[in-house]
Structures are given as structure tokens and as C-alpha cells.
Design a protein around this ligand. Structure first.
Ligand code: 4AD
Ligand code: MG
Length: 431
């Protein structure tokens, strides 16, 4: 007799199998008991009749509570009406542990309660579906980079140089060396790596001590970043486009069931084809003003502006050439304008907003030194970074895609906290 996962029962039709899992739900018609058992890969209905099983097994039904762990033995039977298409004719049952008063009952609960119980809530249908999409999406990202000959270069989490902005750093004491920061980005290290390998990427957790309480901000999130030697900002955008189309297609192909559970309107995702529209920051400001926004030229866009802009298009849109003073120190100045830099944000449609930030990098030693000084960053910590502009400096570009923002968009979620197993926000460090 084989132990099998519920997702594989179809291969054992007519055969006896053991399924090991948890009780999802149960109901009875007196002489027939139905147990819904889940094992992480699926849910299967197990049927037992009084005449066919021993009394102690039949009576075990009464003891079983929601989320009790159990092993069941039964014969696999095809049944069109059953969820998943198969049922188990139960012959034997072993209780592993009886759960007492499982807090997440089938009745509706509020978000604060569910996130206080995130360690249990992950078992429920909706978060389960979202995590399966996240799993596929991350796989698609890695597949894309591998197939396009990018080399994975893991960047450090403990860093000495500020990657983005001093305003949102998590600091920690670091032995005799003073302070270390949790990485806001792996970019600076990737810039070094791309001179060694050409095309590189990193994928890891990043940290921002942002006091934002929005639906789009976490203090810890996962970012995939790419860096490409000899790419300009235009080629960088084409790469982002290809990556975005690839992951959307992959999720559409591989997460049909999950997207159905999430009631995602997949026709919106099917629009995601290249080329994506591109508008300059200047044009974006014009469009925003026309739409009634109070934005003034020079300010960075926040969630509100991005929402308005992203609703103007049926697919992701690039906004390029932002004002220098609104952007990080490392971006390349525009060749003919000194007020903007060569960069682009990719805004996801349906109001979701920024999912990727990217730019061409400043590859000129002197002007980069000047920018570091202007931003009051400690020049010493960037000595190695400036070396890259001394020894074979080349034009290069890169970008970072926020995994949670992307999952939130693709799943059609209304809050980013649902897109990560254990969200970290300014209000949440538990569980
Ligand atoms: O635009 P950001 O800050 O860009 C960088 O960090 C660059 N160094 C990337 C690069 O060029 N290599 O962040 C990149 C992406 C954003 O577009 C967004 O998707 C996500 O990271 N992100 C966040 N996601 C969740 N919570 C936050 N607080 C986020 N901040 C940024
Ligand atoms: Mg950004």
C-alpha cells in the first residue's frame, strides 16, 4: 500500500493508498460519514459507511475536530462531483493528534485576527492559493534569468554602504567596526559583479525602515535585481518588459486553479504583452494635472499618483527620466538635461503602481563623487564602488523588481501583507 499525496491520487485509481494530513471539515448522514482531509497538496473527500468499517473507526468520526491530524487508508475512486475529481473509500483511520478549539473556524474573521494567527492562517484556502502563486512566480523569475544566461550573485545582507537612502535604514551594532545596515538593495554589489560576469542577478530579502502604513509597503520584502554591463536605459527597459511578460505568462499557465480561487480576472493579465507604453516623467505630470492631481514638477510620485497613472493603461507602463533630486545618487545624469536622470519605474495596471525601479548607472568617477557628496553620504564607504569607475568603467544598467508588489498585482490583492508568508510592517513582528 502506497503513501501518496492528494495531488497524485489520480495515479492510484482503484488502488489502496494512505493519505497523511489534517481534517479540513466533516459532515455526516448518520450511516455515512464524510471527512474532508487536506495534506498541503490538495483536499480529498473520504467516505466511510457503518457497514463497511470497524466500529471504532466509524466512531472516531465523533472525536475528530477541525485541523486534527490523521492518517487515512482507502481505495481511490474517480468521482466527477468530488473536488479534485477523486474520492477515497475509507477503510482505516489513525488519529495522530486531536486539535482543540482551532481558532480559525469556517465563519468569517477580520484581517487583524487572521494575521495575528498567520502561523495557522496559512492553511486556509486563500493564503494557500496566494503562496502557491508566489512559489510559481519566483520559480519563473529564476528560470527567466537562468535561460537568459544571467549569473546568480548573492549580495550581502549586512552592509557598510548605504544602498538607497539614509532615511530608511535599519542599523545594528557591528563589533569593532561600528555600525552595519541591513541591505536596502543588492545593487551596488551587482554593479561590481557585472564587471566580472557581464549579466548578473541577485535575489534576496531587503529591508526598509519606512514608516509608511500603506497597502504597498513592507519593512522586509524580497527583491530580484539584475545588472547588465553595456546596457543602456532603453535596453534595460526591454529586459524588464520581457521578464514581466514571462512571469505573467508562467503564472497564467501554471496557476489556473489558484487564480480561480482568488477570483482573479485573468483577462486583465492576458493583456500583458510587449511592447509596454512609455511616458516621460514630464508627460506623466501633465497627465496627472489634467486628471486633477496637485502634483508639482520635481516631486516623486507616491501611491496616489501611481494609481491614477496606472489606470490609464491596460498593461504595465514605464515612466522614465525622473527629476534628479527625487532619485538615488547612483543614477546617470541625462546627457542633455541636468534636471533629470536616466531611469524608469514600471507601474503595474489596475491601480497597482510601481513594481520595478531601474536606471542606467552613473559610470563617471567625478560626477559620482560629486553626487555622493551632495547626498551627504560617507565617501569612505564607497571607495570600492568608485573603484568600478576607475578600472574599466562601462555604461551599465539594472533594475529591481519587488516580489510582493508583483504577487499582489498578479493575484489581484488589495493589501501587500497577503503576498508574503509572514509579513513585517511597522506594526507587525508577530508571529
Ligand atoms: O525602486 P527601488 O527602491 O529600487 C532599488 O532598490 C534599486 N536599487 C533597484 C535596482 O535598480 N537594482 O525598489 C525596487 C522595487 C520597487 O519597485 C518595489 O517593487 C519594491 O522594490 N519595493 C518595496 N516593496 C515592498 N515594500 C517596500 N517598502 C518596498 N520598497 C520598494
Ligand atoms: Mg522605486
Amino acid at each position: 500500500m502506497d503513501f501518496c499525496y492528494i495531488e497524485d491520487v489520480g495515479r492510484f485509481e482503484g488502488k489502496k493508498v494512505t493519505v497523511k494530513g489534517w481534517l479540513y471539515n466533516k459532515r455526516s448522514k448518520g450511516k455515512i460519514h464524510f471527512l474532508l482531509v487536506r495534506d498541503g497538496t490538495g483536499v480529498i473527500q473520504c467516505v466511510m459507511t457503518k457497514d463497511e468499517v470497524a466500529d471504532d473507526i466509524f466512531n472516531a468520526y465523533d472525536l475528530l475536530t477541525q485541523e486534527s491530524s490523521l492518517e487515512v487508508v482507502g481505495r481511490v475512486r474517480q468521482d466527477q462531483r468530488a473536488p479534485g475529481g477523486y474520492e477515497l473509500n475509507l477503510e482505516d483511520l489513525k488519529i495522530i493528534q486531536i486539535a482543540q478549539d482551532y481558532p480559525i473556524t469556517p465563519k468569517p474573521h477580520g484581517a487583524p485576527f487572521l494575521f495575528e494567527h498567520r502561523h495557522l492562517y496559512l492553511r486556509s484556502t486563500r493564503p494557500h492559493a496566494i503562496m502557491k502563486v508566489r512559489n510559481e512566480l519566483i520559480w519563473a523569475i529564476r528560470k527567466f534569468f537562468y535561460e537568459n544566461n544571467f549569473v546568480l550573485i548573492d549580495s550581502p545582507i549586512l552592509t557598510g554602504a548605504i544602498g538607497e537612502t539614509a532615511a530608511t535604514l535599519f542599523e545594528t551594532k557591528y563589533f569593532d567596526l561600528g555600525k552595519a545596515y541591513l541591505a536596502q538593495t543588492g545593487q551596488l554589489y551587482l554593479e561590481a559583479a557585472c564587471t566580472a560576469f557581464g549579466k548578473v542577478y541577485c535575489f534576496g530579502p531587503t529591508f526598509r525602515a519606512e514608516k509608511s502604513k500603506t497597502r504597498r509597503h513592507l519593512t522586509e520584502f524580497w527583491m530580484v535585481e539584475a545588472e547588465e554591463a553595456y546596457y543602456d536605459n532603453e535596453q534595460n527597459m526591454e529586459l524588464q518588459e520581457d521578464l514581466s511578460v514571462f512571469i505573467v505568462d508562467w503564472v497564467l499557465d501554471n496557476c489556473k486553479e489558484e487564480l480561480k480561487i482568488l477570483e482573479r480576472d485573468t483577462s486583465k493579465l492576458e493583456n500583458v504583452k510587449n511592447p509596454f507604453p512609455r511616458i516621460s516623467y514630464d508627460e506623466a505630470v501633465g497627465r496627472l494635472k489634467k486628471a486633477g492631481s496637485k502634483i508639482e514638477w520635481g516631486a516623486d510620485f507616491g501611491g496616489d499618483e501611481e494609481t491614477i497613472l496606472s489606470k490609464m493603461f491596460d498593461r504595465p507602463v514605464f515612466v522614465y527620466d525622473y527629476p534628479k533630486k527625487a532619485r538615488a545618487f547612483y543614477m546617470k545624469p541625462h546627457p542633455t538635461r541636468d534636471d533629470v536622470v536616466l531611469c524608469a519605474d514600471l507601474l503595474a495596471p489596475e491601480g497597482y503602481g510601481e513594481i520595478i525601479g531601474g536606471s542606467q548607472r552613473n559610470d563617471d568617477y567625478d560626477s559620482l563623487v560629486q553626487r555622493i557628496k551632495e547626498e551627504n553620504l560617507p565617501l569612505d564607504a564607497y571607495k570600492w564602488f568608485l573603484d568600478l569607475r576607475k578600472y574599466g568603467s562601462v555604461p551599465h544598467s539594472g533594475f529591481g523588481l519587488g516580489v510582493e508588489r508583483t504577487v499582489t498585482w498578479i493575484c489581484g490583492l488589495s493589501h501587500i501583507r497577503e503576498s508574503i508568508p509572514f509579513p513585517r510592517t511597522i506594526y507587525r513582528l508577530y508571529p
